[in-house]
Design a protein around this ligand. Structure first.
Ligand code: NAP
Length: 258
């Protein structure tokens, strides 16, 4: 069994997941770097994480495909023998932004499958294991962190399926926080705002204008590292009497202003 704490970060080959994996590696956690298809990008993250002197492993798996989930747990058990931190980060945006009145069932099902159904059942499977690990791992200090979005509450009528999936992730956080509290497993939600990654590359100009016009009190794009630091802070265990908490990493986007 690994002597370091171990984190699984889903969707860690790029963007926010990559920054989270590196922030956790920097904090001394071994990391399982999950990706869907971009092996080379994930291998680069593995190399960068290893520079922090921890063990980093790669795991291809489609989080939206529940048949892949047993393999995720087996890989963790085989490579590390434990799981301390689960970060549900993998997610996708709609391939095409379509008005609510024209949105397709296909896109709805895809977004729900990858962004909500997959994380829900992966968490269920891994949480059962974490409950058991708690009895055997000395000084076990677990956590589950779900990456939702400001879209969990902000209405965007050209990507309803994304908003609805992220709203579901918020409730999922509350449900698992409630259920796992008795086992000492806190569950947190991070709501990133507008973060510069591949996901937002296609709408860069639009958000440049909005940010310049005052959309966020902190007048800049968020970086993946902003989110990575928030996860690292949670995982350090400095919130021992909290669970179900929401951390807004959004430059103040959520503030109502007059
Ligand atoms: P990104 O740059 O598009 O990266 C997505 C990551 O998820 C990649 O590592 C990708 O793997 C992985 N992935 C996609 N589908 C997957 C699947 N079915 N199974 C496993 N891995 C999968 O996205 P990002 O901007 O970093 O977003 C990360 C998370 O933050 C998402 O949940 C997103 O909704 C959320 N978020 C993003 C923003 C933003 O402004 N960027 C704001 C709020 C919330 P491959 O490289 O193999 O494709």
């Amino acid at each position: 069994m690994s002597s370091n704490r171990v984190a699984l970060v889903t969707g860690a080959s790029r963007g926010i997941g990559k920054a989270i994996a590196l922030a956790l590696a920097q904090n001394g956690l071994d990391v399982m770097i999950n990706f869907a298809s971009q092996h080379d990008a994930a291998a680069q993250v593995q190399k960068e994480a290893a520079r922090f002197g921890v063990r980093a492993e790669l795991l291809q798996a489609d989080i939206g495909h529940t048949a892949d989930h047993p393999r995720v747990m087996e890989a963790l058990a085989e490579k590390f023998g434990r799981l301390d931190v689960l970060v549900n980060n993998a997610g996708v945006a709609p391939k095409v932004r379509e008005d609510l009145l024209a949105a397709s069932e296909e896109s709805f099902d895809r977004l729900m499958r990858i962004n909500l159904r997959g994380p829900f059942f992966l968490t269920q499977r891994l949480a059962r294991w974490m409950v058991k690990l708690r009895q055997t791992v000395i000084d076990y200090c677990p956590a589950i962190v779900n990456i939702s979005s400001v879209s969990a509450y902000a209405s965007s009528i050209n990507r309803a399926e994304y908003c609805m999936a992220k709203a579901g992730v918020s409730m999922m956080t509350q449900l698992y926080a409630h259920r796992l509290a008795e086992f000492g497993i806190p569950v947190f939600e991070i709501r990133p705002g507008i973060i510069q990654t591949d996901m937002t590359a296609g709408v860069q100009e639009k958000y440049d204008h909005l940010i310049a016009g005052g959309l966020t009190p902190i007048p800049r794009w968020g970086t993946p590292e902003d989110v990575g630091k928030a996860v690292a802070a949670i995982v350090q265990g400095f919130f021992p009497f909290s669970t179900g908490e929401v951390f807004n990493v959004d430059g103040g986007f959520h503030l109502r202003r007059l």
